[in-house]
Design a binder for this molecule. Sequence first.
Ligand SMILES: [Ca+2]
Ligand SMILES: [Ca+2]
Length: 94
Amino acid sequence: MTKLLVLALCVYLVMSMSVKERLERSEALKESAESQVPSCDSSLSGNNICDKNCNLDMFNYDGGDCCEPQWVGDGDCDLVCYFVQHNFDGGDCY
Ligand SMILES: [Ca+2]
Ligand SMILES: [Ca+2]
């Protein structure tokens, strides 16, 4: 009977430890995932200042703020320049 109790206690300790470890690991994973999620304040898009966090497809390439003038019409399609104010990359994307 005592052996069973000790065994149960051991199992309980191991279980609770592994659960704690798993919780800590998932917390760490969550934190690293959160820090990797790009964020862009929509007010920064189209303010004529290149905001690297916003220069992503999901944020409409910062409204074209990150387009370098020499990229327009260079023959390569630059989606960061594919905006009306950049003459749609000078037609490079057609
Ligand atoms: Ca901007
Ligand atoms: Ca181009």
